[in-house]
Design a protein around this ligand. Structure first.
Ligand code: NAP
Length: 278
């Protein structure tokens, strides 16, 4: 079984590569700017904005499965056009595309897999456009929306908490900005499980706990032995930041289909041993 991890050099992509190797797959993975050296993986430079490059690579590798974890938040061509290029090139493979809770405005707060996107930011709009393109090109593909992705120290969210707690940067963690963070190991296990299934369409893969950015920061700081009192709190509603404030992915339908247990942040940041399968 050959799997191609598009965006394998990213935070999520790296974990997908690791778990795919552990599952015994032949693993090919792509990077744009950060060549990576995980042994046992065939690494390829690829820019998903280039339709021909994507087609040529997929034709050369002939993967059974493709996981697309590539994106650039501020670049429509990578997040939307690039996702369509991957879907077109992967019509003969099992495609799992990673999307985001940013496709929602937060007006309804709680969103299940049937909810219709109503993005309010360019990033959210690009992710929603990608979803529409993929559904049209490849109705059997899985589109997996997720929320803040947390690891064991390596995510951008954890790095920001460390920088705030140690005074290396200024800023606040909002007490009213709520998401359902997921552990990268749980998310990856769920993506690979869906890749091996015959499920299609929209799936929600997020944690079971809705927590504010400030509570998330406090959980991370406590786990990592940092001074939780040093974390500055604020109100997102008082800022001029665009985008949704409170978005909670309801994963009930998706969780019923999975053996992988999607833990909440209060559990996976509480010193519990990582265990993705119940
Ligand atoms: N992180 C979160 O909290 C979060 C929340 C919700 C949804 N998501 C979704 O989860 C997925 C993965 O996120 P992540 O945090 O793992 O991202 P990341 O660490 O920023 O990695 C992004 C990956 O995309 C690659 N890439 C960027 N532009 C590309 C292009 N034009 N062509 C080819 N590859 C390109 C990067 O390559 P190089 O690094 O080699 O340049 C990297 O491998 C994305 O779909 C994102 O929308 C993430």
């Amino acid at each position: 079984m050959t799997i191609l991890v598009v965006g394998g050099s990213g935070f999520l992509g790296t974990e997908v590569v690791r778990q795919s190797l552990a599952a015994g797959y032949q693993v090919a993975a792509t990077y744009l700017t950060r060549p990576t050296d995980i042994a046992g993986t065939a690494w390829h430079a690829m820019d998903i904005r280039d339709r021909q490059q994507v087609a040529d690579l997929v034709t050369a590798i002939k993967p059974d499965m493709v996981i697309n974890a590539a994106f650039q938040k501020a670049d429509w061509a990578s997040s939307a056009d690039g996702a369509a290029h991957v879907a077109i090139a992967s019509v003969d493979a099992r495609l799992v595309h990673v999307s985001s809770d940013a496709v929602f405005s937060g007006t309804a707060i709680r969103y299940d897999e049937m909810s219709v996107p109503d993005p309010t930011t360019p990033y959210g709009a690009a992710k929603a456009a990608a979803e529409t393109a993929i559904k049209a090109i490849s109705p059997t593909a899985v589109i997996a929306r997720t929320s803040l992705i947390i690891g064991d120290g390596g995510s951008r969210h954890e790095r920001r908490v460390h920088a705030l707690a140690t005074g290396r940067i200024t800023g606040v963690l909002s007490t009213d900005d709520v998401r359902c963070p997921v552990h990268v190991a749980d998310l990856t296990a769920a993506l690979l499980e869906l890749a091996s299934s015959d499920h299609a369409g929209i799936h929600h893969i997020a944690g079971t706990d809705a927590v504010s950015r400030h509570e998330l920061g406090t959980l991370i700081a406590r786990r990592d032995g940092l001074d939780t009192a040093a974390l500055p709190a604020g109100q997102r509603a008082d800022s001029n930041l665009p985008g949704p404030v409170d978005v909670r992915l309801d994963c009930t339908m998706t969780q019923k289909r999975l053996r992988t247990k999607l833990r909440g942040a209060r559990q996976f940041l509480n010193g519990h041993t990582i265990s993705t399968i119940e």
